[in-house]
Ligand binder design. Structure first.
Ligand code: PLP
Length: 399
C-alpha cells in the first residue's frame, strides 16, 4: 500500500507560475510585470537605506532569545501608532489587542482562526475581485465565505452602488474584509466621501470591518493619508480588526513581519482577546521571528530613521505614480482609441488594465511580457527603460 499515492500535485500558484515562465525565457526584451514586489528604475530589488541602517545598529547586538509569544512589544506599539494614529486615545486606553504576525498573510490567517474559534456563526464577506490568497486563508480557517461586488469592469473603477447594495443586503452583524488602501488587484479605492458612506452603513447594519492594510504608504506616499479609511471608521466609533504588513512599505518581504490588531470595547476585553490570539499562535509557530521586528521597531522608534523611511516610501510611491503617467501618455501618443485614464486613476502597486486573458497571452507569446491573465500589471515592474516597449505591445494587442 502506498501512503502518498493519492496525493495529486497542487494547482500551480498563478503568480509563481508567471515568474517561472519569465525566468525560463531567454529573450533580452523580456519584462516581468507579474510579481507584486517593488523594483527600482533598473528593475532591481531594493533594500531601503533606513533598513540598512537599522541592520547596522542590530549587527552584533542581537541575542537570539525567543520573543514573547505575542511578539515584539515595541514593534507592536509602533505599528498601532501607524495604523490608529500617533496620539490615539484608543492606544492610551489600551483597548487594542495586538500581536506580531507573520506579515500580512499571517495576520489575516490569525484573525480568521480567531473568528472561527470565537465567532463560529459568522461568515466573511470578501470583495470581488480580491487578492487570491484571501479566499485560501478563510477557506483553510473554515470560515464560510460570501462575496460583495466592488469593481466595475466598464468604468474600471469602483462599483459603489452595487457595493453599497451588498452591504445593505448582508445580514446584520456580518464580517467584511476591506482593503484599507491600494486594493489588490484593481488599484481601485473608494474616495473619502465614499468611505464615510460605507462606514455609516456599517453602523446601521452593525457590520464588523476587518481591514487588510498591506500597502500603507505605498498608495499615496504618505502612511497617514493611506490610513484615512481606518480613521473614518474609528471616528464613527466602530470596533475594527486590522492586518498590517511591512513587506511592501519597508521592503521587508522575506522577513515576514506584520501586526494583527483588534479594537475592543475596553482594556479588559483587549487583554482577553490578546491572550487568545497568543493561544492560537502557540501550537502553530509558538512565537514570531525576531529580526524583522527589530528592524521595524528601530526604524519607527527613531525620529531620524523614521523620517528617512517616510522619504523612501514616498520615493517608491512617486516612482510608481510617474510610471502610471508615462504608460498612459505613451499609449495615448500611439493613438490608441481606448481610454487609459484608469491607469492614472488607480492607485498603489497594481494597474487592473482591463486586458482579456487572450490579450495577455499575446503579450507573453509575441512580446515576452509576463503578467497574470486577469490583466493585472504590477506597476512596480515598469521602468523608464521598458515603459515604451510595454506601451507599444499593449497597443498592438488591444487595437
Ligand atoms: N494582503 C494583500 C491585499 C496583499 O496584496 C498582500 C501581498 O501581496 C498581502 C496581504 C500579504 O503580504 P505579506 O504576507 O507578504 O505581508
Amino acid at each position: 500500500a502506498s501512503w502518498f499515492g493519492h496525493v495529486e500535485p497542487a494547482a500551480k500558484d498563478p503568480i509563481l507560475g508567471v515568474t517561472e515562465a519569465f525566468l525560463a525565457d531567454p529573450s533580452p526584451d523580456k519584462v516581468n510585470v507579474g510579481v507584486g514586489a517593488y523594483r527600482d528604475d533598473n528593475g532591481k530589488p531594493v533594500v531601503l537605506e533606513c533598513v540598512r541602517e537599522a541592520e547596522r545598529r542590530i549587527a552584533g547586538n542581537l541575542n537570539m532569545e525567543y520573543l514573547p509569544m505575542g511578539g515584539s512589544i515595541k514593534m507592536i506599539e509602533e505599528s498601532l501608532k501607524l495604523a490608529y494614529g500617533e496620539d490615539s486615545d484608543l492606544i492610551k486606553e489600551k483597548r487594542i489587542a495586538a500581536v506580531q504576525a507573520l506579515s500580512g498573510t499571517g495576520a489575516c490567517r490569525l484573525f480568521a482562526d480567531f473568528q472561527k474559534r470565537f465567532l463560529p456563526d459568522t461568515q466573511i464577506y470578501i470583495p470581488i475581485p480580491t487578492w487570491a490568497n484571501h479566499h485560501n486563508i478563510w477557506r483553510d480557517a473554515c470560515v464560510p465565505q460570501r462575496t460583495f461586488r466592488y469593481y466595475h469592469p466598464e468604468t474600471r473603477g469602483l462599483d459603489f452602488a452595487s457595493m453599497m447594495d451588498d452591504i445593505k443586503n448582508a445580514p446584520n452583524g456580518s464580517f467584511f474584509l476591506l482593503h484599507a488602501c491600494a486594493h489588490n488587484p484593481t488599484g481601485v479605492d473608494p474616495s473619502e466621501e465614499q468611505w464615510r458612506e460605507i462606514s455609516y452603513q456599517f453602523k446601521v447594519k452593525n457590520h464588523f470591518p476587518f481591514f487588510d492594510m498591506a500597502y500603507q504608504g505605498f498608495a499615496s506616499g504618505d502612511p497617514n493619508r493611506d490610513a484615512k479609511a481606518i480613521q473614518i471608521f474609528l471616528e464613527d466609533g466602530h470596533l475594527i480588526g486590522c492586518a498590517q504588513s511591512y513587506a511592501k512599505n519597508m521592503g521587508l518581504y522575506g522577513q515576514r513581519v506584520g501586526c494583527l490588531s483588534i479594537l475592543c470595547e475596553d482594556e479588559l476585553q483587549a487583554v482577553a482577546v490578546k491572550s487568545q490570539l497568543q493561544q492560537l499562535a502557540r501550537p502553530m509557530y509558538s512565537n514570531p521571528p525576531i529580526h524583522g521586528a527589530l528592524v521595524v521597531s528601530i526604524i519607527l522608534g527613531d525620529p531620524e530613521l523614521k523620517s528617512l523611511w517616510l522619504k523612501e516610501v514616498k520615493g517608491m510611491a512617486d516612482r510608481i505614480i510617474g510610471m502610471r503617467k508615462a504608460l498612459r501618455e505613451k499609449l495615448e501618443k500611439l493613438g490608441s482609441p481606448l481610454s487609459w485614464e484608469h491607469i492614472t486613476n488607480q492607485i498603489g502597486m497594481f494597474c487592473y488594465s482591463g486586458m482579456t486573458p487572450e490579450q495577455v497571452d499575446r503579450l507573453t507569446d509575441e512580446f515576452h511580457i509576463y503578467m497574470t491573465r486577469n490583466g493585472r500589471i504590477s506597476m512596480a515592474g515598469v521602468t523608464t527603460g521598458n515603459v515604451g516597449y510595454l506601451a507599444n505591445a499593449i497597443h498592438e494587442v488591444t487595437k
